[in-house]
Design a protein. Structure first.
Lengths: 697, 597
């Protein structure tokens, strides 16, 4: 029997499942997310898949999973009741943050609510200096008092972050031991084990986030494993991380801060892998689901990563200079701009009589009006139904029934009538406003960073991406749109295209010209060993385990660092001089200038990435998606394309394979997991990898 | 829209211009050597048209809005006809268009198709430009000649050739030339990036189109600003506030007085009535007074108006020469930041009477500047400069923020661990202080305390702070915030409360505890939701006594509930006795309240 890798991606609205065997045979499944317990939809979906195909749990060789369970807990402030222990005198590091706000002149600005209320922030008497020397020993009595106070308040988890602990974790370890003695089962994270890097706010915030989501992620992973076992799946479970690499469930339970943006990362990695295959190197990836839309830049075939980001910050308003909008998390992540717009975004009229779309979403439950699950407010999906873009009777090849009459009735009553416009005009307006909201995300990663979107291809996926892609690309002057096979489940595909990866970082602040080589090599070796041990535990050893090193460096006195790759093997003076030179070159490349050789260069953080090399190429040579759903091609239906074109008869394809040669729009490609709109004036064709290419005139 | 401009190209062009200005700012931010730039973002980058009119500003510090055209004017006036590609100009003299000496401006004219099309502009606060105190921002200098190196508008590069004379003058006159040169290099790099990207725009659109769209961006900002101003009610309002003193004539208050007149779609801001210029170094240039005025007004206008000449056309700012709002030679102005921050408060006070529901009560009074400098055992100089601010006044709809940058300077705090890694300093505490907020229906923010311990053998400490005497005002029944504090060596034998502005010698182990002033409250504290009072008590922000005596809320802290009956009684009692309460202003705001002795 064939053996499959399985990708499972959970979004706010849908859970997507993809099976892929070694020859690139693909089976897909899309079901509604089970919001009360996300894990349930996975086992239910797999069972349905087994029923449909005759496969069993034994056919599954690996489960790769991207989940929003962690980010939801933060966005909805539903994480663990967390206590925080800090050094006396520094109780409010978490709340004061960096002082900075994301917008100038905004008198209505509100800081994000601290994840730990002040009464749950306890202080202990202790102090390290910045070199790790003990200035004041940890006062046992104050430590006991702090832990007792938190336990008395009934916290679910405790975070510990002491000043300068990155240089010496002794006091944090002692506190962890005290917590362990008093409450053996209580999750407790110390900052040294989460992020042993300098800068107390970033370290505290990252440690708190990790602690805050730890119990939720642990419960989730446990229940998922149990469910998988019940249906006979005993394969290894891997989770996607924000950095685009996979990790084991065990490691994710310990460091859940790495899996927060896991779903979005998978989509971008998938876009990068597939675009590379097709020979497109410069891509804006655009992922639009039920609640949010996200854009990311792939430049010269490489995903862009940020060393640090803010959870829940949404789209970066204004510019990259402005920070402070979300919760600071200093772990590497695929660089994304996000905006609250999706199929579930609610269409409403504000006090000034203007139409607004989102940011509120009807989510999976009650969902859009046309789902007839109790929704009372019109959504973007309803607008698309009114416009004839979406099949009025069903989605997912007939598996999800729609009631377009409810959408039409409510949309007319709550949107069109109050605005005194025709129904179609109102729905088209909502569609356009949603598109312009999402264009902001694309601009944030392209034109706002000096990149001209017109020289990039728009790689669109997610359940709603193909509905909007061509229109948005036209508005931005982009010439080409790529819609991958199974666009609605593409993030799940991305999971299958990813590799296991672990990122490690430590502050090791030394001038290169003064660094003690033994100490430097020793520290780096220990980190490499840690990475190799982790990989070995996941079945990657010898040739299949790779360690890549890098250093974050700057000229002494600068605060931002540039990352410079570091060759393998022990470093000697000559190698360090070469590192100086590599840094200088990178500085010149990035900023257009460099200092003279007399200026000292400082290493700030040393980093290691451990990569597990797959035993076969991650993207197969051909991809054959098993067709699902209806085989009956609907008759052409009327779709509305604005005042210029009005209602037009649009032919419907139920399989992109029907695109034998280039075809002019209007055209609707109505597949199992997503519907693509080819507007009048655009031309669609199919490439040999199963991508629909839309060329805009 | 002007002829031959289409809205989509306009949008793309506008984004491109602002994105270049931001890219310039990022370059400075990421490559700078000084904490003032990287953390306090005390720098700005911009594009101006060929005549020096501001088109796009990569705004990082509201205090800089309006400064670039003033400085650029003098450069254009003096060198305009002679400029050629490869020229770069530099200046810092406050009496020649600058602001204070540490702010060094660098301008690069950009040419295409044989004519000057634009200027790339940068302005950075440098760590040191010489003078009698390290950091060059002492508040107790009494004439500009003590404040450091004055650079008149001059060539930094002439047709690509470096002005070596200038560089050697700088090298001999500043304490940390490596840092200053590093930051000048960052400024130059930003100008080069601008030149390159602007060149690409010109290639794409052609010089004529670029010129046209630059003017359209200015017109667009003017239209948006006019539309927004037109929405405000017409009226003429004035507000008075006081700075504690200038640090020289200690105890002698300095009056700030502003009149705002809004008619139709324009606004006039007049600082007539403000104190004559003072001996201490807190005299503003007019450009900084403008920035302070714009800051308050922009905060009540809708977001999204580009920062450029279009805004200046609508909001006119005047101040009589020879006042602290517009100093003339030889006014010392190194610490003029203080006055700027306080003018923002004053301008907000006036706006509170024009649009009561859109303005907050007074913030902490802006940033406190702390400079510690000296020489280590090897006679190597060190300079530690920190700025502290972070408390907002209560708002008509919400509490004031605690631990959030002042509106006038979107600065970040320097991480404690980084300070300790780089400087002979230890930070002993950095946390919010309870019971210091101005009470109100929506209370002011809680100020923070920062405690600095000096580790080198000896050095000089210079502090510029305010709001020790004149407390941040409350609005519409809200109480003023508690005053700021400078406490030397707390708990030691020589413990001493210091004034708000001073320079002193310090030795190893000495400690300065600085506490900001609390934000003013908005609305009657007796109308504050008792549940909010309880949350503040539970979080240790407000003591139980204060909850009872000021907010009139009686709590059962055993099971965290409000004793509603007792609260009603207590509030009735307070209301009955209220006129006797000394430091509450129950009328419309008139300005700051003097701290009770």
């Amino acid at each position: 029997m064939a053996s499959y890798r399985v990708g499972v991606d959970i979004g706010g609205t849908f859970t997507d499942i993809v099976f892929m065997d070694a020859d690139g045979r693909i089976l897909v499944k899309k079901i509604s997310s089970s919001v009360d317990n996300y894990a349930r939809a996975i086992s239910e979906g797999l069972l349905e898949m087994f029923r449909d195909t005759g496969l069993t749990g034994k056919s599954v060789e690996e489960v790769r999973h991207g989940t929003t369970v962690a980010s939801n807990a933060i966005l909805e402030l539903k994480g663990a009741k967390t206590g925080l222990i800090t050094t006396a005198g520094f109780r409010d590091v978490l709340e004061i943050r960096t002082l900075r706000m994301p917008r100038l002149y905004d008198i209505a600005w509100e800081k994000p609510t601290p994840l730990v209320d002040r009464y749950l922030r306890q202080v202990v008497d202790e102090r390290m200096d910045v070199n790790g020397q003990v200035l004041r020993s940890l006062d046992k009595a104050s430590a006991e008092r702090a832990v007792d106070a938190l336990l008395k308040e009934g916290v679910d988890a405790i975070a510990v972050c002491l000043i300068n602990s990155f240089a010496n974790p002794a006091h944090e370890l002692a506190l962890k031991e005290i917590v362990r003695k008093k409450a053996p089962d209580l999750p407790c994270c110390i900052s040294f084990e989460v992020l042993p890097e300098i800068k107390e706010y970033e370290r505290t915030s990252t440690t708190v986030i990790n602690t805050y989501i730890m119990p939720i992620v642990a419960t989730y992973v446990a229940s998922l494993k149990q469910d998988l076992n019940k249906i006979g799946v005993s394969a290894q479970l891997l989770l996607m991380q924000s950095n685009g690499g996979l990790t084991t469930a065990e490691s994710a339970e310990r460091l859940p801060c790495h899996i927060i943006e896991s779903g979005p990362a998978a989509g971008v990695v998938g876009a990068q892998a597939l675009a590379e295959k097709v020979g497109i190197k410069d891509v804006v990836s655009f992922d639009m689901g039920g609640t949010t839309a996200k854009a990311s830049l792939i430049e010269d075939g490489q995903v862009t990563r940020s060393a640090e980001y803010q959870v829940g910050s949404g789209i970066m308003i204004g510019s990259r200079l402005m920070t402070g909008n979300g919760y600071s998390l200093k772990v590497p992540a695929i660089d994304l701009a996000e905006v609250g717009a999706g199929g579930g975004s609610i269409v409403w009229i504000d006090a000034g009589g203007a139409m607004q779309v989102g940011p509120h979403s009807a989510g999976a439950k009650p969902g859009p009006l046309c789902y007839d699950q109790g929704g009372t407010e019109p959504t973007i999906t309803d607008a698309n139904v009114v416009l004839g873009y979406i099949n009025p009777d069903y989605l997912c090849g007939g598996e999800v029934k729609l009631k377009s009459d409810i959408a039409t009735r409510v949309f007319k009553k709550t949107v069109a009538d109050p605005l005194k416009v025709e129904l179609a005009q109102a729905a088209y307006g909502a569609h356009q406003i949603a598109a312009s909201n999402m264009i902001r995300a694309i601009k944030a990663v392209s034109s706002e960073r000096g990149r001209d979107p017109r020289s990039y291809a728009l790689f669109a996926f997610g359940g709603n991406g193909p509905l909007f892609a061509a229109g948005m690309a036209a508005a931005l002057g982009m010439k080409r749109v790529v819609l991958p096979p199974s666009p609605g489940l593409f993030s799940a595909f991305g999971l299958l295209y990813s590799d296991v990866e672990h990122h490690y970082s430590r502050t090791f602040r030394r001038l290169t010209r003064e660094a003690d080589l033994t100490e430097l090599n020793g520290t780096w070796d220990r980190m490499a060993q840690e990475a190799l041990a982790q990989l070995a535990s996941e079945g990657f050893s010898d040739q299949r385990a790779r360690v890549v090193r890098s250093a974050q460096m700057h000229y002494q006195g600068q605060i931002y660092e540039l990352t410079v790759p570091v060759p393998a093997g022990p470093l000697d003076r000559k190698a360090l001089a070469a590192l100086d030179e590599a840094f200088g070159r990178e500085h010149e490349l990035t900023y257009g200038h460099r200092a003279g050789p007399e200026e000292p260069v400082e290493i700030v953080n040393i980093q290691v990435v451990g990569q597990g090399i797959p035993d076969r190429p991650r993207v197969p040579e051909s991809i054959a998606v098993g067709r699902r759903g209806t085989t009956v091609t609907p008759k052409p239906r009327k779709a509305f394309f604005g005042a210029k074109h009005g209602w037009v008869d649009a032919p419907i394809l139920i399989d992109r394979a029907e695109l034998k040669g280039p075809r002019q729009g209007p055209l609707i490609i109505e597949e199992y997991d997503a519907t693509a709109i080819v507007p009048p004036g655009a031309t669609a064709s199919l490439d040999r990898y199963g991508n629909v290419l839309i060329e805009l005139g | 829209m002007r002829e031959a401009t289409d809205p989509f190209t306009f949008e793309l062009f506008k984004n491109a211009m602002f994105s270049i200005a931001d890219e310039m700012a990022l370059t400075i931010c990421r490559t700078t050597y000084s904490s003032v730039l990287r953390d306090n973002m005390d720098f700005s980058t911009a594009f101006a048209d060929a005549n020096g009119k501001l088109v796009a500003q990569g705004l990082t510090l509201p205090g800089h809005l309006g400064s670039i055209p003033t400085a650029l004017d003098t450069v254009v006036e003096r060198f305009g006809e002679r400029m050629v590609p490869g020229d770069v100009f530099i200046m810092n003299d406050p009496f020649d268009g600058g602001m204070h000496l540490p702010d060094i401006f660098i301008f690069k004219p950009l040419f295409a198709e044989g004519r000057r099309l634009a200027f790339a502009a940068t302005i950075c606060h440098h760590t040191d430009v010489g003078g009698r105190v390290a950091g060059s921002n002492a508040s107790d200098s009494t004439e500009i000649y003590a404040e450091g190196l004055r650079i008149a508008p001059m060539y930094m590069y002439k047709a690509g050739e470096k002005n070596d004379t200038l560089f050697s003058f700088i090298e001999k006159n500043v304490r940390v030339p490596v840092r200053v040169f590093g930051d000048l290099r960052a400024q130059l790099a930003a100008c080069h990036i601008a030149e390159k990207q602007f060149g690409e725009l010109v290639t794409k659109y052609g010089a004529g189109t670029v010129e046209r769209y630059m003017q359209e961006i200015i017109d667009y900002a003017e239209r948006l600003t006019r539309a927004a101003i037109a929405e405000l009610p017409d009226g003429k309002v004035s507000f008075e506030d006081w700075i504690d003193d200038d640090g020289i004539d200690v105890g002698k208050p300095i009056r700030l007085f502003v009149t705002m007149e809004k008619r139709g779609d324009s606004m006039l801001v007049d600082w007539t009535g403000t104190n004559p210029q003072v001996k201490g170094a807190i005299n503003n240039t007019l450009s900084f007074t403008k920035a302070a005025s714009y800051c308050a007004i922009r905060s009540i206008l809708p977001a999204g108006i580009p920062n450029n000449e279009g805004v200046f056309r609508v909001i006119k700012v005047t101040a009589p020469p020879g006042t602290v709002a517009n100093g003339v030679l030889p006014a010392a102005c190194a610490a003029r930041g203080l006055t700027g921050f306080r003018m923002v408060d004053c301008a907000f006070g006036a706006l509170a009477m024009l649009v009561p529901n859109r303005v907050f009560a007074a913030s902490d009074g802006g940033n406190t500047g702390i400079s510690i400098g000296g020489y280590d055992k090897k006679r190597k100089p060190f300079i530690y400069v920190d700025f502290a601010c972070g408390t907002w006044g209560g708002r008509p709809w919400a509490d004031g923020l605690s631990g959030n940058s002042n509106m006038f300077a979107n600065m970040a705090s320097q991480p404690i661990e980084v300070v300790e890694a780089e400087q002979p300093m230890r930070i002993l505490s950095y946390e919010l202080v309870a019971d210091r907020e101005g009470a109100g229906k929506f209370r002011g923010g809680f100020p923070y305390r920062r405690e600095y311990q000096f580790l080198e053998e000896e050095g000089t400490m210079q502090v510029r702070s305010d709001r020790k005497v004149f407390r941040p005002y409350g609005l519409y029944g809200g109480l003023p915030g508690q005053p700021s504090l400078n406490l030397f060596n707390p708990g030691k034998n020589d413990e001493q409360v210091l004034t708000s502005k001073f320079t002193m010698n310090i030795k190893q182990g000495d400690v300065l505890r600085h506490e900001l002033a609390g934000g003013g409250g908005w609305g009657d504290p007796l109308q504050r939701d008792p549940a909010r009072v309880m949350a503040d008590v539970r979080n240790g922000f407000v003591s139980q006594e204060r909850a009872r005596n000021i907010y009139g809320v009686v709590l059962d802290t055993g099971n965290w509930s409000v004793d509603e009956a007792a609260t009603r009684r207590q509030r009735a009692d307070i209301a009955a006795q209220r006129p006797k309460t000394p430091d509450i202003c129950w009328e419309e705001p008139k300005g700051s309240v003097r701290a009770a002795e």
